[in-house]
Design a protein around this ligand. Sequence first.
Ligand SMILES: Cc1cc2nc3c(=O)[nH]c(=O)nc-3n(C[C@H](O)[C@H](O)[C@H](O)COP(=O)(O)OP(=O)(O)OC[C@H]3O[C@@H](n4cnc5c(N)ncnc54)[C@H](O)[C@@H]3O)c2cc1C
Length: 412
Amino acid sequence: MEKKIAVIGGGAAGYFAAIRAKELHPQCSVSILEASQKTLAKVRISGGGRCNVTNAGFDARRLSEFYPRGARELRGAFSRFAMEDTVEWFRKRGVPLKEEGDKRMFPVSNSSETVVRCLKEAASTAGVETLLNHKVIGLEQRGGVLVLSLRGKKDQRCDRVVFATGGIRSQAELFMNLGHTVVALAPSLFTFQITHPLLEGLSGVSFPRAVLTLMSSKDAQGKPYRMKRRGPLLITHWGVSGPAVIQLSAFAARELYRDNYSAVLRVQFDEALDHTQCIEALLALKQNHPKRLVRENPFSSYPKSLWEKVLSFCEIPERSRYAECSHKELKRVARCLTEVELPVSGKGVFKEEFVTCGGISLAEIDFRTMKSKILPSISFAGEVLDIDGITGGFNFQAAWTTGYIAGDNIIN
Ligand SMILES: Cc1cc2nc3c(=O)[nH]c(=O)nc-3n(C[C@H](O)[C@H](O)[C@H](O)COP(=O)(O)OP(=O)(O)OC[C@H]3O[C@@H](n4cnc5c(N)ncnc54)[C@H](O)[C@@H]3O)c2cc1C
């Protein structure tokens, strides 16, 4: 019997769900109902206009490193549709992907427009109908049928619904009315605002192997936390950015939101030199080269700008020689380079990628089918769920995977 399938939301997850459902069940009518005037808006702007489609470093055993929320639930889902399947899906439809040095995967064309066009063509070839300016504001089950309420339009009846509406924001009530729990929302993937004399004038300086520890500040509200990440750190005009910072923002998204983005960031500028090693190296310089000017003879591979800044911050006079520096002063310098504590006072923008954490509670979803355990004729896919990944293609991968599985199981 022909069924009527409505996919709510024309983003990455919605397109994957609709295309898979229609390809599997050509006799069914499949429509994408999109609230705005255009579909795939986020795909278009993603990855700085290049769309970071997925990540080649994907490893099912290490999911918790990539997904602060949803790692456990996604394990089974990725055994059904994973990164390789995404690569193959796009390749078969004329969009080959390439891997970059950091394992992020982009279309060979370097243009998100290719991905948008591919998804639209696949939907239209399969026979998916796309309805723009169709904002769903409610859903009711009447008898065996689902009835969708639309803003300014007539109700629509259907047999199956996939919600792929992205970050929930103002729509929590719609889902709560269906009996679902909406886990509180919070932004993820952002930079840190920090004002500290040590960072002044260092904007643009980067540290490829930093060790960062994010901790609750003294006036934090709830349970204290402490999270560590290694990786590139970039000093910006307003604070710090770079992969290690963005990852911390994802893993501590809830705590930072709770504490109004107030926290402490401990920085070791080079992972090769911890506090003890740094003091030993400075004392060795003092012993072996007492006549050398401290300012002109940094050790290790610290950028000159940081070294000079640290010496000024530690009030080491400009013409000091190593012999003139006390142990106490050198220890202070070492502390600054390896465990300086910077006050995080807010969040900044990370233009390449942004997601919200929170959404439909994962306990209420059957991840073998993406169906609601509360109302099995509806399914969920993409960012509407309480799933989010770190930057690098993991968020789209979650959308492709959950969208595909939702479409695959829509009639079962
Ligand atoms: C600037 C930016 C860059 C990004 N870059 C990347 C990247 O390179 N790689 C990566 O992995 N991730 C990236 N992301 C994250 C990624 O875009 C999201 O994870 C992904 O788009 C989620 O897909 P989705 O289909 O679940 O939701 P969305 O893409 O948000 O789509 C949801 C759609 O549903 C529609 N909608 C919402 N409510 C209703 C309603 N009630 N009725 C009808 N329609 C509705 C919306 O208008 C929207 O079109 C980026 C995000 C941003 C903001």
